[in-house]
Design a protein around this ligand. Structure first.
Ligand SMILES: Cc1cc2nc3c(=O)[nH]c(=O)nc-3n(C[C@H](O)[C@H](O)[C@H](O)COP(=O)(O)OP(=O)(O)OC[C@H]3O[C@@H](n4cnc5c(N)ncnc54)[C@H](O)[C@@H]3O)c2cc1C
Length: 380
């Protein structure tokens, strides 16, 4: 557990542990596969989470939520990831995401149903390398006409609406800036040209927008604010990914420890061998250092100080650490860890995406140095 937690968080930690032991672990035992989770089990997790109060910790007060701070959320997300059960993803209620400050129709038609769980959304930012030009929208009176493609929209097949980044143009072709816009999944001109699954099991689509007409009231914020809005909440999401990576490391260390202590065909447990101990020592050292960074950064974020660069450093370091650690775990456990259905086989696939999502490692490195050289930001 992280050291020196405030007393209130220690209480939260204990109640999350109770929730894990009494709800998630027993329900996880009923799963026949880790990919297709029966709807009634998803609902059982949500109901138990509502009763325990965790469901509301990612939701704003105005929607009946009880939002947790960065440190508490980091703790909870790490604990949930350390269970290594897919049921962990049903514990928190939907957050407002990009729509957090939506007003008027955007609020009543999209944000409120989203928060009630009546509608689901997806996010479209990534574009295909082959696109002739980035997705654009032409202003025509009170409408925007959107054309283009988003190539990697998670949950895009089943969502009710998608929030996408577009470059807005005046009818004469002059630029008006970027905007985040909301488009109904079933609007005229929206189609899916490819549905695919990534190696960790996530379902995504490539979406095409052909002359999709939307009212300007479906712009989130103002035209010109697209990029900052798209990236507005990214720091919190990156911290979440880092916490998830550390939870994976905790589960893996425990799994490997049990393996090293168990009988081995050589006659002595693998953990008796010095060479193996050295590898396992490195796994523990790296996890210790990465978790120290995670909790230092979570405290910084909680304090309200500028911590953009520290979150970047933490996301890169924690996800890369988790990648190395799970790779080494597979090596120490041996061929059985690669058999489909083995927990390390699944974890090995899951951890790979963390170095790409919410900012690929090298792009984040470039941003971090930009923050230092051009803005004089960033602690060490
Ligand atoms: C599981 C998963 C879920 C995803 N969900 C979504 C989603 O819901 N919505 C969405 O919009 N996207 C989503 N993505 C896409 C993800 O955001 C992108 O894969 C990621 O941003 C990298 O972009 P790219 O794939 O276009 O690769 P590229 O941008 O082509 O980058 C590939 C590599 O090139 C290098 N590189 C690129 N640019 C530079 C540069 N300027 N300087 C130096 N090196 C560079 C880096 O090493 C980088 O890793 C998802 C991806 C995954 C794996």
């Amino acid at each position: 557990m992280p050291d020196n937690l405030p007393e209130a968080l220690e209480t939260t930690r204990l109640s999350m542990q109770r929730f894990i032991d009494t709800v998630l672990v027993p329900l996880d035992g009923k799963l026949e596969t880790t990919t297709k989770i029966p709807l009634e089990i998803q609902e059982q997790v949500r109901q138990a989470s509502r009763a325990a109060g965790f469901f509301y910790r990612t939701q704003p007060l105005e929607f009946g939520g009880n939002p947790a701070g960065a440190l508490e959320l980091t703790l909870l997300r790490e604990m949930l990831a350390a269970t290594n059960t897919p049921l962990a993803s049903y514990v928190f209620g939907p957050g407002p995401g990009l729509l957090h400050a939506a007003e008027g129709e955007l609020r009543s038609r999209y944000l409120e149903p989203l928060m009630r769980g009546d509608k689901t959304s997806a996010f479209g930012f990534t574009e295909p390398d082959t696109a002739p030009r980035p997705t654009w929208a032409v202003l025509e009176g009170d409408s925007l006409v959107v054309t283009g493609q988003k190539s990697y929209v998670t949950g895009g097949e089943s969502c009710d609406f998608v929030c996408i980044l577009v470059n807005v143009e005046q009818p004469d072709g002059s630029r008006a800036g970027t905007a985040m816009v909301v488009i109904d999944r079933d609007a005229d001109g929206v189609s899916i040209d490819n549905a695919f699954t990534s190696m960790e099991g996530g379902g995504h689509v490539s979406m095409v927008f052909q002359q999709v007409r939307i009212p300007v009231t479906q712009v989130i914020g103002k035209i010109g604010e697209g990029m900052p809005r798209a990236l507005g909440n990214i720091g919190n999401v990156r911290l979440m990914v880092a916490a998830q990576a550390m939870g994976m490391c905790l589960w893996t260390l425990e799994y490997v420890e049990a393996h090293l202590k168990s009988p081995h065909r050589s006659g002595a447990p693998l953990g008796d061998r010095e060479g193996i101990r050295l590898r396992y020592a490195d796994m523990r050292i790296e996890t210790y250092v990465a978790r120290s960074a995670l909790y230092r950064t979570a405290r910084l974020v909680e304090s309200g100080e500028n911590s953009v660069n520290e979150v970047i450093a933490t996301k890169v370091f924690c996800t890369e650490t988790a990648g190395r650690l799970i790779d080494m775990a597979v090596q120490l456990v041996g061929g059985q860890a690669l058999v489909q259905g083995h927990p390390l086989e699944a974890l090995y696939r899951q951890v790979r995406s963390l170095r790409l999502v919410e900012g690929a490692s090298d792009l984040l490195r470039i941003n971090l140095v930009k923050g230092r050289l051009e803005l004089q930001k960033g602690r060490v």
